[in-house]
Write a protein that binds this ligand. Sequence first.
Ligand code: PLP
Length: 477
Amino acid sequence: MPGHKRNPDSGEMAAYYDIDITEIDGFDNLHQAKGLLQEAQERANRLYGAQETYYLVNGSTCGVLAAVMSVTQPGDEILIARNCHKAVYHAVIMQGLRPRYYYPGRIREYDIYDGVSAERIGDLLDAYPACKAVVVTSPTYEGIISDIEAAARIVHAHGKVLIVDEAHGAHLGLFDRKPEGVLQRADSGFVDKKPQGAVAAGADLVIHSLHKTLPAMTQTALLHVNGSLVDRDRLRRYLAMLQSSSPSYVLMASMDSCVRFLEEHGAQRFAFYQQQYKRFCDKTAYCRHIHIGKMTKLSENAYDLLAWDTGKIVISVKNTSMNGSRLHEILREEYHLQMEMAADTFVLAMMTLMDTEQGWQRLADAICEIDDRIEKEACTKTEPLQEKQTVDRQELYPDSRMIPAQAFHGEQEEIPLQNAAGRTAADFINLYPPGIPLIVPGEIMDEIVVGQIAESRRMGLNVQGVSDAGMVCVVRE
Ligand SMILES: Cc1ncc(COP(=O)(O)O)c(C=O)c1O
């Protein structure tokens, strides 16, 4: 193995097969690393400062599954932030857990989820003392960073494990790419606090997608462990179950190359990044309609976030004649700029330390030009750039009839969405991206959720879990 034998005649991909080896002599074994893979994992570990670091060849997905499963037993309770990625929900199903939810608030200025408050986590752990662990996502998809240090303190005071899905924050705390950050709190006003990565902030298990924000191949990720609350043997057994027995050496080489690159060039690249970010902000500061998401533009409202990652650029068209999908289309079709996602009132651009000066400038110029077009339209009141359409989205707090695993594995049937009110969901219904569930298996679909799903579909948003024919999967009665 591999069957291609590095033969140049093995088809269109043959040129790449040269670097694709397997566990031959001298090349170690990821599942019992003692040689070069152990050294490589230790190198990654030194960069992040965790007690132990594991390579993941199946993305953060695999790290989230292993983390949750290693600290729970089937039937346990777990506290999870409702805006967690679907991988967390999949772990809940695989382990037959009862989820208790932390519902994060919304940052009204930009229509995005807020961070989590340590105090509210503490209240929920008092209310649900059987929870074995807490899972939060920080940064969120839109870059919102929570105060993980405070959360770790409270979670540990309750004797529980804190898992931080930092898939989008593998760069945090490294070098000088500081997120924008001042803590905004109702009780203490503005307090300076340096945002750091979740490893340094004291979380027990931290998951990083190297491939999302750093120069590494898709699927590459890391799992870090700290403290004495996590049974390392159990964690390793889950990793051995959830990862391929033939982990790709191409992916593992890419992880090591990423870590070495950061060691050698990280500081300089991050400095370049900050310079470009500042120029981008200076240029777009003159826009009259389009707003770039920033901590400094948040109102006096008491939000829970600690900081905002500058790599996630929320380009907001809220209260203009344009919506997110139209802006996404214009940027793609007319400016050949591919955004990460479009939401009702904004598009999200992801910038990393590998973006070029030209890339930054093209994005800033495009935003300024589109802003001018909105201004002209507003002045002349001529043909609008588009009809404004957004979904009136009410927060959903669905009740549960059974745990997700019971609904997911039990008898199911498909029914039209419009008949689903009062029925128990047997599958997830997600708005994608970012893939956060509107409804989880075991939850009751009421009139409000059915209406919201129908409206999102009418608007052409990508709703996963409803078939093209408008059918949804519910528990058979
Ligand atoms: C917050 C979060 N966690 C975990 C994942 C899964 O990461 P991966 O694609 O590396 O498996 C994602 C993917 O988008 C994510 O956004």
